[in-house]
Unconditional design. Structure first.
Length: 95
């Protein structure tokens, strides 16, 4: 028995559906409640693509948290010009 809580068959099917409908550009980007007055937090900014896309689409304030130095530096290069995007070179924790 696997320690993974989701059945692999269901997960494989869901991932195929996500990519089949362009989930990164559709499901992951369409939020009817967001506007220029919204605050979005991205925990784990990686290279900043999602944060940049959200900022460009909604012109909202975005706080990006990325503790990995190389990834943070990539975020700086990707998002440093965005006036309402704030980059943080640390992660978030409950400890």
């Amino acid at each position: 028995m696997s320690d993974f809580p989701i059945a692999q068959q269901w997960l494989d099917h869901s991932v195929r559906l996500w990519f089949a409908c362009g989930g990164d550009q559709t499901l992951g980007m369409n939020f009817d409640h967001l506007n220029e007055d919204s605050l979005v937090m991205e925990v784990g900014g990686y290279h900043g693509k999602w944060a940049k896309d959200i900022f460009n689409k909604y012109n909202c304030e975005v706080n990006v948290y990325e503790p990995v130095e190389d990834c943070y530096n990539h975020c700086v290069n990707t998002l440093g010009f965005c006036e309402k995007v704030y980059l943080h070179d640390y992660g978030l924790s409950d400890h």
